[in-house]
Design a protein around this ligand. Sequence first.
Ligand code: AMP
Ligand code: ZN
Length: 494
Amino acid sequence: MTLMIRFHNTLGGSVEPFVPLHPGEVKLYTCGPTVYDFPHIGNWRAYIFEDLLKRFLLFSGLKVIHIMNITDVDDKTIRGANAKGLTLGEYTRPFIEAFYADRDVLNILPADHYPRATEHIPEMVAIVRTLLDKGYAYEKDGSIYFSIAKFPAYGHLSKINLEDLRPGQRGDSDEYDKESVHDFALWKAKKEGEPSWETPIGPGRPGWHIECSAMSSKYLGPTFDIHCGGVDNIFPHHENEIAQSEAANGVKFVNYWLHCHHLVVNGEKMAKSKGNFYTLNDILAKGYDPREVRFLLLSTHYRKMLNFTFETLEQARAGRNRIRDFLVDLKDVKRDGAASPEVAKLVGKAQAEFVSGLEDDLNISEALAALFGLIKAANVLKDKGKISMADAQALTEFVLSVDKKVLAIEPTDVKLIVDSTTIALTSDNVGLKVDASNDLDSDVQKKVEERQKARAEKNFKLADEIRKELLAQGILLEDTKDGVRWKRVQPPRS
Ligand code: AMP
Ligand code: ZN
């Protein structure tokens, strides 16, 4: 099979044809969360870009082996645990749990394995020993540093200028900017108030960067296909990973480096340290559906900056609803007759453009333009009565298949209440099924009616309370021109 997929490779700085090391199989490593706090939606932008990448590789018939690390020991986790008087394990546990919970809520495919740094100390020590033996690393006051002057390819990924480098300049912190490029710590000497491990290279704890070199090679081998992260990871984290891994193993580390641009708020990177962040929960508490958040994070090309506002979230909601409304309307089609060649042509064109868009460095804008273009053209035909039930089925199948395999925004997970009739839409049955037997449905319906009455009486306070009460049970109400719709959402964490 010849693949047509192209990716922008940070290493070469251009879009390149994607050729996996082993035909039919892709080994993928994505930098995971540093679990010192709850993930924010900037982090989720990175993970959703990686999910789109993985889903598209799977959609293209490739097998994907995906590893994502959990950084549960580094400067930030240690600082946080100490401030709360907890052990590292106690401190990081709720953040790890929240990460998995949000991942599922956002419909992100789980990685094959989530190795934790604290469970891979021997593997890290082994690499540090190799680097010492080969002369790439040196010891100073119990800590061990990587000598970047010994590795001529240093800086190739991030294109940093090494001219000002003074030999022997060292730093102990895990994170620093390009202006202070220096020899970095592979192993940090035991310090009062820090967790440490007794090892053949002395007592201490690992630097952040060595974690990913050790865990990626353990699970994917010394050379693998794709490594991802946000652009903030390029320097120093990924630059240092390359230096450590290639110096130790003597082979190329990664063939394709893919980095997503930041999610920003008012032009500034969303970050814990800046206090300008929203967690997923913050947004769900405002009444948004997680799939709307997913659609927002997905629908801007990964190499473009994404400015987060509630307006853009509203647009994502409208876009997702447009897909849903299309599916609902198709169910109204009652005309018998053969499938029309015109509709088949439209579907074929949309399918081809959807795929060719994603093949072109995951150009989601082109892929979505193909989908929305189809919806628009099919609606014109439908309004003219030119759509048969067979056409409606072909259109529905196409939309559901690209959603199921790639977008995963589940536009069909919706209940529609029109004139006290509950209409259920499920992925298996995109139909308008009357479902009044379910107790929960009738309870919700009763509440909806109470709220409608309150609104009619202009008692907006009560109406709002009912809305919130339902949201706490995971039922989100939406007022539409056709009536009140409700859908099941993740109830906000209190
Ligand atoms: P961290 O938990 O800080 O190690 O980050 C985990 C992942 O989220 C990394 O791939 C980061 O590059 C990415 N990331 C952090 N902040 C943002 C942001 N504002 N926009 C996009 N990606 C981000
Ligand atoms: Zn990493």
